[in-house]
Write a new protein. Structure first.
Length: 258
């Protein structure tokens, strides 16, 4: 388990778990935990971004409301800084620390890593911890293909439920890169799917309600065994490319079980 220990600090900072989003549950009532991983930057020595932290709060609130009966708790992970910083992979280190801290704090509960942008990359990387049962990667920032570098790993995703979603008009994070990653992940782990949010950008604001509904359906189904909405079940079951280019339909969430 040593690989999940804190491996250092940046400028005296330590990663932290923020207060539970919504503050509606005591620790004794917790049935599952979502760790929200904000966006970051490829290279930076600056402290964590307040704006990126705030951007994941609506997702946390939606998940906590939807999972109240199962005792779902959400925390935003406070990074040491906002930079991934090459081989240091600091955001992934902080995510792994957060999983270990969640287990220490809450015990044997299922954990979902849910990240946006650079946080989505961290969520995918930190999935090796045995407590992690699901990964939600929203508009993941991924490096360009480089024959001189090792490809982004996927073996740590085996045994997890994985959903990637990406806006087709994302100008910051190339959606084709997340498709290629999902394609490799699907070969290692059949419980992988990917949704395309047509005409949406990096922040996934244009179809915000559908995005949050899809996230809630996936997280609650993965952590607590609720039946998935048909599009999610179909995407998980379908072979590439169908299950990796599933369109997020307008109005998703208004009638989830049809």
């Amino acid at each position: 388990m040593a690989q999940f220990a804190l491996v250092g600090t940046t400028g005296g900072r330590r990663p932290r778990l923020g207060r539970p989003v919504g503050m509606t549950r005591t620790e004794s009532a917790v049935g599952g935990v979502v760790l929200l991983l904000p966006d970051g930057e490829p290279v930076s020595g600056r402290g964590p971004s307040v704006r990126a932290h705030a951007a994941v709060l609506p997702l946390g609130r939606r998940l906590v409301r939807a999972g109240r009966s199962e005792g779902l708790v959400a925390h935003v992970v406070g990074y040491r800084g906002r930079g991934w910083n090459g081989a240091d992979a600091r955001l992934a280190e902080d995510a792994a620390w957060a999983v270990a801290e969640t287990v220490r704090r809450y015990g044997d509960v299922p954990v979902c890593l849910a990240g946006h942008g650079m946080g989505a990359r961290a969520a995918l990387r930190a999935a090796a911890h045995p407590a992690v049962g699901a990964v939600l990667a929203m508009a993941p920032w991924l490096p360009e293909d480089d024959v001189a570098a090792e490809p982004e790993p996927v073996r740590q995703l085996v045994g997890r439920r994985v959903l990637v979603m990406h806006g087709t008009n994302d100008a910051r994070c190339d959606p084709e890169l997340s498709y290629r990653l999902a394609e490799r992940a699907k070969k290692a782990n059949r419980d992988t799917c990917r949704f395309e949010v047509h005409s949406d950008g990096h922040a996934l604001r244009q179809h915000h309600d559908e995005v949050l509904s899809l996230a809630a359906d996936f997280v609650l189904g993965s952590l607590f065994g609720r039946p998935y909405a048909r599009p999610v079940a179909d995407a998980l079951a379908a072979p590439p490319p169908l299950g990796l280019r599933m369109p997020l339909a307008a109005g998703f969430g208004r009638s989830l079980r049809t």
